[in-house]
Each structure stands twice: as structure tokens, then as C-alpha cells.
Design a protein. Structure first.
Length: 889
């Protein structure tokens, strides 16, 4: 049987023979050349299975060859003509189908090849392997396609090598080995494949501990680190810190995450430092603003629980009723009018009333009956109204029109809206309400199924089961006609309902009457104390000794409140031969302790001295600079002394307490118990004798050796014999060092908008000990034989000093607001300016003869209270948010 391959071979070989014959034997004969061309056309038709057309071409070629001079050409054409004439129809049909099938397979293989090359270029190597494999399977295995198959095998080997590299990088060594073995089979001479196989078997080069999960973790860690630093760049430090922690959950030893957490904490610390400085500066500024009278708010914020959050605040129905009742329509006449026509007349009457009364009234009346072509719309429009009324209020007029047309009207943010009066009739609208999850637990139900998400054993508990808002609203009598829907989002307390206006109005009424059970009060009290003291002083001392001759001298004046040079020259290094006997011109100028005395408890404690409250210390301010000039007739020394000090102390207490209305509760913050002496035994002085010997004692001009016994005192200082316990008694929360908060009573008003509190705050601090004792002295003889008073014992009798701050008050406060419960502000300023007469008033140089300074002390103690109301879920029923701290944003 004739096969396609034989026909193709016949065509190509025959064409070659004809060309050879033409070149050798034809010799340029025109008829033979035309016959040869016709034969080639016939061969082409024959290979294309166009047998009939090929026979005609062979006949034409044979006739043309007979006119020529080449018998060999005639024989060749005759052989082709006979072969073409003996092809059966079945063979022709099979030949055509086989050729078409192979052509389709080849085209499909080339398509796979092209797609594989694109995938390889896009670095999708595993996809390229699949496409190259499909191309090999589709391409016929024939000598004509040998070169193409060889190219496909090389391409497949390259793709398998690239895929193996990818798998090796992620630790999938076994799969990479399979790909390399396949690549070596497809391209045995590839040095790259052989090198990759040898490297794959090298355990030093490839870490055997690497797994695909590890590679995935690396990518996830990189993503989280980039996200965390992104949060840090945006200033969202809490999110950044949490994301860094997520990195450590994956990679426990990630240094970048720890450094990021450190960086985030430092940024937060810088902010908190700035916030502290801001709060401290404000507290100091409040001292100057203490005389300002607080201005109370005009009105209290409304509780928006149950409000329609899909639009602006809804108009209160009672306010709308008052407005409609205040408008009087003098005369209205309607005859066979539909609802739209009636509303046009009513609008005109409202405008007329506004013009005549002089008080503009704005009532926007709209109609909402759905699509104009709907059956219900036509039914409403078919109802006619005929009226003839005088002196009727607008509210009564609208009631009459709604009754005659079978409609209803409701107040909205846009005014009044007329719609269907039936519960399930009318167009569907969508509104969103704010309700807490506990709202669904209040729905009445006749079922006693314990699996019901709305049935709870206690009314005070909040169900954690999944809420069914449709079932809950249906229990309240709300119907859901076709097309209606309801959805509740617990995270935002959003109840979205699509229903008829009547049902939506009923839902609004139900939600507005909502009462949340077991609301609790969160009390956040901050007790803040800020102390600041500043001291500034600058002065000059002049020591002058002048000689005007052998009998005339000049110098300083008589000391007043200061010794002469004693205490002044002690602070100055030796300058030449200065002596403490030099006269002081500025001896009357005060400095240091001569002005700023330790006449307060704080200074007495800080000094640790038993000096009296008004005892003055003669210590002057420290010297800064000294200069001395010596001439033949004068010796002048000037000493500049001064001081600039600033000290601040900040104390903050922040107790927090959750209080159930009607209960008394106490919270202690950093309370400490202290024991201190209550009484002391008196000091005891005993006498004992000890041998005494001294040689060469001069008595009356003669030296004698003295022997004998002398009385030596033995001193026992005062010591405590009983102690007092301060603190640790729950019945007296005000005792003890620390902060205590006692809430005597806390209650909510009926509308749950005001919190009434009765509370007491304590803040006790231990300042230090004051020594009430005096040293015990004894007259003794020193080595020079002089009798002096020697201190036998300090005899300290220490008593503690406490600072107690208490505020006992009853207040009313709106939840979520901060109230100042009480506080103390104190400011003390001491200024002095001493000068030498005449010299101190001189311009410019007069400053060198003056001593000036000031000491300023400022104390602020303020008690803030922030009150929040929460439901059993820990959220504010009004906002749905968890209450923040006193300074939360």
C-alpha cells in the first residue's frame, strides 16, 4: 500500500532527479524546461493529497515533454503519472488524515515550546520543565523532526538544571537530585549538570539542616521586620513593638528584632519624657492661673447608645411634635386630591404661615412610596382626599391626611417622611444602629431550649455564643418581609437592618429604650505633686586698707550683722599677705544663710540639725572670684560671691479601682508600714574614778609631779523605750506611707449619664527625722591645761515628720471626663537687695557695691479623677470602646 513517507520521498527524490536530468541532458530546450516546471508543480500537488489536480499537471507535463528532445524526461514523467493514477481513494484518505494529524501535533509541540521559552525567561523553571516535556510528547518522532527533538531535549535539560538550583537553595535536596539526573539523561555531555550533581553531594557546601520550612521562616521574618520598621517610621510604636515580638516568636535569637524593640522603647521613652516635662510645666503654670474661675459646660453630652449611626443625629419625635403643633393653618381646601397633590398644598400653607407670622418655619415634607409603577404605589395614588378645614394645627392636618390615605409619617433627619402605614408594606430602607451585645440577651423568648444563644441562666451575664439578630428582633415583634436583611458586627456594635419604614421605626424605639445591666464604674485617680525651688544670688565684698600718711589711715566701717573678715577670707585662697584682720567696707551686706534661713520643716530635715526654727547661719554664699591690688598707700581686695541653684521634685500616685454601684471599696497603692520611737529614756551620766598621773605641772611658778585619781563621766544617751506602728490597719486607710483611695458610695443616675461619687483620697509621705535632743557636754581640761566643753554624746532624740494630704469630697461627673477633685498650690518668694550707700547707686559700677538675690519655692498638689462606666464586657456602653487611662488619646 502507498504510504505518506513514500510519497514524500518520491516527491523530493524525483525533483532532484528531474533537476539533474535538466542540467545534464536538456541542454536549454524550452519545451523540456516547461515540462520540468509542470512536473514539479504536480509533485507538490501530489504530496498535498490533491491527486486529481496532480494527474492533470502530469498530463500537461507529459505533452510538453513529448515536444522536447529528452526521452529520459518523458520516462520520468510517465512513471509519476502512472504512480499517481494507481493511488486508491482509501489510501488517499488515510494519507490525508495522517499528514494532518502530524501537522497538528507539530504545531502543538511548537506552541508548547514557545510557552516554555517564555516561562524560562520569566524564571519559572518548573513550569518550563512541564511545557518542554509536553512539547516532546506532542512532537512526532520522525527523521524530519529529529533536529527539533534534539533542541527540545537541550532546552528541557537547561530548565531541569535551573529548577534543581532553585530546589537546592530551599533545602529540597532529594527533588533537586531527581531533576539533575533527568537533565543528565537528556543532555549526557553537559558539564554544568555534572558539576551541579557533584556539588549537591557535598555536605560541606550544602547545609543538610536546611528545610523548606526554614526558608519560609526566613522570608516571613524579612517581611515582618520590614513591616515593623514601617510601623516605627509612621510613629506607631505599639504596633512596631508587637511585630518585633512576632519576629522573635519565629526566630528566638533574632538580633534585629531585639534592636528594633530597643529602638522602639527608646522612642516611647523620649515621648514619655516630653510628656512628663509638658505636664510638669503645666502644673507650675497652674500656680499663676489659680485665680481663674472654671467655666462649666453649657450642657452635658448625650448618650448616643442606640442612635442611628447611618446618618446624623435623628430629630427627636417630641421636638417635631411641638413644632408641628405650633404651626396653625387658617384655611385649607382639598378636593379629590392624591397624596402628592395634598402635600404640595400643605407645603404652600407652611410657607404662607411663615410669611404671615414673621417667624420662619422650616418643615421639609417628603413622600416615599417606592417605584411609581409598583402596585402599592398605584394603590396609594388612587386614594383621594377632600377637605375643607379652618384654624387647624399642622399636626392635626397631617394626621387627618394620613388617616384618609392610609399612610403614616415619621420624623427623619431630612424632615417628615410619608410612607406606607402597614408593617410589611412600603419600600425597603437601610439603617445602622449602635447596640451592645447584651441587647440581644434582653430579647423575650417563649422557648426553653438551653442551646438558645439568647437564653442565659443569669440576666447579669453576657452570652458569648454567636448572636442571632434576626431571631432577637423577631422576639420583639419585628417582622422581616421578602428582601429584608439584618447583620450585626460585635466588634463595632453595629446593627445594620434593611426593612420597611414601620419596622425600622419600631427598632429605633426598642433600641432607644435599651438599658444595659450591671454597669460598673471605673475610677482612675491621679495625685500629682510638683515641687520646684530656685536660688539666685550675686554680691561683692570689699576689703580696704588705706594710709594717707604717718598719722592718717582709712578703712572699712563698723561691722553690723557680719563679722569682719572672718568667714570672708576663709573662702578665698591666699592672695599676697591678706590677713583676716583687714577692714571690710561691705560688712553690712548680707549673703547666703544670713538671708535664706532654715526656718521651715523641709530645710530643718534637709540640714539634719537641731537648730531652732529661726536660727540664722552666718555662712555666706561661696566665693567665685577674688582680686587684690597692693600699692604703697593702699591695699584693696574685692571678692565676688554668688550661687545659682535649681531643684525639682515630682511625685505621682495613680490608684485605679472598679466599683460596683452602692458598694464601698478601698485600694492601697505602695503602702508601707513604719515603726518609730514614741518615747525615750533620759540620758544617764555616771561617775567613775580612774588613776591620773602628770609630770611637770606648773603651779605657782614651780613644776610638780601630780598623782591621784580623778572622776571620769560615763554618758548613756537617750534611747527609745516604746514604738508606734504607723500603717497596716485596714480600718484606718489613712495611716501608713503611700497612697490610699476609699470610695464610700458610687451610683449612676436613672439615665446612666451622671456618676455620683463620695470618696476620700490619702497620700502620706515620710519626710525625715527631726532631732529634738541637745548634745551632752562636760567641762574637761585639754593638753594646754585649759578647761573646755567637750561633747560627750550627740544625744539625738529623733521624731519623724510626715506629710499627709487628704481630700474628702462628693462629686457628680459625666463618664469619660476628668475632674479636679482638689489640690493645694503654694508659692513662696524671698528677695533681698543690700547696697553700700552712695556707691551702690552709682551707674554701672554701682552693681559692684550691691548684693542681690532671691529664693523662690513653688509647690503644687492636685488630685484628678477620671470616671468611666463599663458593661460586663469591659466596654463603655455609650461608645463601645474600652476606657483608656487619664491621659489616653
Amino acid at each position: 500500500m502507498f504510504v505518506p513517507y513514500s510519497r514524500k520521498a518520491f516527491s523530493y527524490v524525483g525533483s532532484v532527479l528531474l533537476l539533474a536530468a535538466s542540467s545534464v541532458a536538456l541542454g536549454g530546450n524550452t519545451s523540456d524546461s516547461q515540462a520540468l516546471a509542470l512536473t514539479q508543480e504536480a509533485d507538490t500537488l501530489y504530496c498535498s493529497n490533491q491527486i486529481a489536480a496532480a494527474q492533470k499537471k502530469y498530463e500537461e507535463a507529459l505533452k510538453m515533454a513529448q515536444q522536447g528532445s529528452s526521452p529520459q524526461l518523458i520516462a520520468q514523467i510517465s512513471e509519476r503519472y502512472n504512480r499517481c493514477a494507481h493511488v486508491s481513494p482509501a489510501a488517499l484518505n488515510l494519507n490525508a488524515k495522517t499528514a494532518a494529524h502530524k501537522q497538528d501535533d507539530t504545531a502543538e509541540a511548537m506552541q508548547y515550546l514557545e510557552e516554555g521559552r517564555h516561562a524560562y525567561a520569566a524564571k519559572k523553571y518548573s513550569t518550563a520543565v512541564t511545557l518542554y516535556t509536553q512539547a516532546l510528547e506532542a512532537l512526532p518522532d520522525a527523521p524530519a523532526t529529529k533536529d527539533r527533538r534534539a533542541f527540545l531535549l537541550l532546552s528541557l535539560a537547561d530548565a531541569e538544571l535551573a529548577t534543581a538550583h532553585d530546589y537546592t537553595a530551599v533545602g529540597r535536596y532529594d527533588e533537586a537530585r531527581v531533576f539533575l539526573q533527568n537533565a543528565l539523561r537528556h543532555n549526557p555531555s553537559s558539564l554544568a549538570v555534572k558539576d551541579a550533581l557533584s556539588k549537591l553531594e557535598d555536605s560541606v557546601r550544602n547545609n543538610p539542616a536546611i528545610t523548606p520550612e526554614h526558608i519560609g521562616n526566613i522570608a516571613e521574618v524579612d517581611r515582618l521586620l520590614a513591616l515593623a520598621y514601617g510601623y516605627y517610621g509612621l510613629g506607631q510604636f505599639d504596633k512596631a513593638y508587637k511585630t518585633f515580638q512576632d519576629v522573635l516568636r519565629i526566630d528566638s535569637y533574632n538580633t534585629a528584632a531585639q534592636q528594633g524593640m530597643e529602638k522602639t522603647s527608646n522612642a516611647k521613652a523620649r515621648y514619655y519624657t516630653a510628656a512628663r516635662n509638658s505636664a510638669r510645666s503645666k502644673a507650675l503654670a497652674d500656680v499663676s492661673a489659680a485665680w481663674e474661675e472654671p467655666i462649666p459646660p453649657d450642657e452635658l453630652p448625650a448618650d448616643n447608645l442606640g442612635a442611628d449611626i447611618g446618618s446624623d443625629a435623628r430629630v427627636q419625635e417630641s421636638d417635631m411634635d411641638k413644632l408641628l403643633s405650633s404651626v396653625n393653618i387658617s384655611k385649607i381646601n382639598l378636593e379629590d386630591a392624591d397624596i402628592n397633590e395634598a402635600m404640595e398644598v400643605v407645603r404652600a400653607q407652611i410657607r404662607l404661615y411663615s410669611e404671615n407670622s414673621g417667624s420662619p418655619v422650616s418643615v421639609n415634607i417628603n413622600t416615599n412610596f417606592g417605584a411609581p409603577g409598583s402596585p402599592l404605589y398605584k394603590q396609594i395614588m388612587d386614594r383621594r382626599v377632600s377637605l375643607d378645614l379652618t384654624n387647624i394645627s399642622l399636626k392635626n392636618l397631617l394626621d387627618v391626611i394620613s388617616a384618609k390615605t392610609g399612610t403614616a409619617y415619621y420624623p427623619t433627619t431630612a424632615g417628615l417622611e410619608f410612607t406606607y402605614s402597614g408593617r410589611d408594606a412600603g419600600p425597603l430602607e437601610t439603617r445602622t444602629f449602635r447596640v451592645p451585645p447584651s441587647f440581644f440577651n434582653e430579647a423575650p423568648t417563649d422557648e426553653d431550649d438551653t442551646s438558645d444563644v439568647f437564653s442565659t441562666e443569669s440576666k447579669n451575664s453576657v452570652s458569648i455564643s454567636r448572636v442571632d439578630p434576626k431571631r432577637s428582633l423577631a422576639a420583639h415583634g419585628i417582622t422581616f418581609p421578602p428582601g429584608s436583611a439584618v447583620q450585626y458586627l460585635p466588634a463595632s456594635w453595629s446593627l445594620t437592618v434593611r426593612n420597611t419604614p414601620t419596622n425600622l421605626q419600631d427598632i429605633q424605639t426598642i433600641v432607644s429604650s435599651l438599658e444595659s445591666p450591671d454597669r460598673q464604674i471605673v475610677l482612675n485617680v491621679t495625685m500629682m505633686e510638683v515641687n520646684e525651688s530656685t536660688l539666685n544670688e550675686l554680691g561683692f565684698d570689699w576689703l580696704v586698707d588705706i594710709s594717707f600718711g604717718s598719722h592718717t589711715f582709712g578703712g572699712g566701717g563698723t561691722p553690723q550683722k557680719s563679722p569682719s573678715a572672718d568667714g570672708i577670707m576663709d573662702q578665698v585662697p591666699v592672695l599676697g599677705t591678706v590677713t583676716n584682720s583687714a577692714p571690710v567696707v561691705s560688712a553690712g551686706l548680707r549673703s547666703g544663710g544670713q538671708v535664706f534661713q532654715t526656718d521651715s520643716i523641709d530645710k530643718l530635715i534637709a540640714a539634719g540639725s537641731s537648730a531652732g526654727f529661726s536660727g540664722a547661719s552666718a555662712q555666706r554664699a561661696p566665693a567665685i572670684l577674688a582680686a587684690r591690688g597692693i600699692w604703697s598707700v593702699a591695699d584693696v581686695t574685692v571678692i565676688m560671691h554668688g550661687l545659682n541653684q535649681k531643684k525639682g521634685t515630682d511625685i505621682l500616685g495613680n490608684p485605679q479601682l472598679v466599683v460596683k454601684p452602692g458598694a464601698e471599696q478601698t485600694i492601697f497603692s505602695d503602702m508601707k508600714v513604719m515603726f518609730y520611737p514614741e518615747s525615750y529614756d533620759q540620758p544617764q551620766i555616771a561617775q567613775t574614778q580612774m588613776p591620773f598621773a602628770r609630770n611637770g605641772v606648773n603651779i605657782g611658778g614651780q613644776n610638780f609631779d601630780v598623782r591621784g585619781r580623778i572622776n571620769v563621766p560615763l554618758v548613756t544617751p537617750a534611747f527609745p523605750n516604746s514604738f508606734i506602728k504607723y500603717g497596716g490597719d485596714n480600718e484606718n486607710p489613712g495611716d501608713g506611707i503611700g497612697t490610699a483611695l476609699v470610695v464610700h458610695d458610687a451610683e449612676l443616675d436613672e439615665e446612666k449619664n451622671i456618676v455620683r461619687l463620695s470618696l476620700t483620697t490619702y497620700q502620706n509621705e515620710f519626710d525625715g527625722f527631726v532631732n529634738y535632743g541637745t548634745p551632752v557636754t562636760q567641762a574637761v581640761m585639754n593638753d594646754n591645761g585649759d578647761v573646755i566643753q567637750a561633747v560627750m554624746t550627740e544625744n539625738k532624740i529623733l521624731k519623724p515628720i510626715f506629710t499627709s494630704k487628704m481630700a474628702n469630697t462628693s462629686v457628680s461627673i459625666v463618664p469619660g471626663n476628668v475632674l479636679v477633685l482638689g489640690g493645694v498650690r503654694k508659692s513662696r518668694l524671698v528677695k533681698f537687695q543690700d547696697k553700700i550707700p552712695i556707691l551702690g547707686d552709682a551707674p554701672l559700677i554701682g552693681r559692684f557695691f550691691r548684693s542681690e538675690g532671691e529664693e523662690k519655692e513653688t509647690k503644687v498638689f492636685i488630685i484628678f479623677a477620671k470616671v468611666d462606666v463599663i458593661d460586663p464586657t469591659g466596654r463603655d456602653p455609650r461608645t463601645g470602646e474600652r476606657p483608656g487611662a487619664l491621659t489616653s488619646k
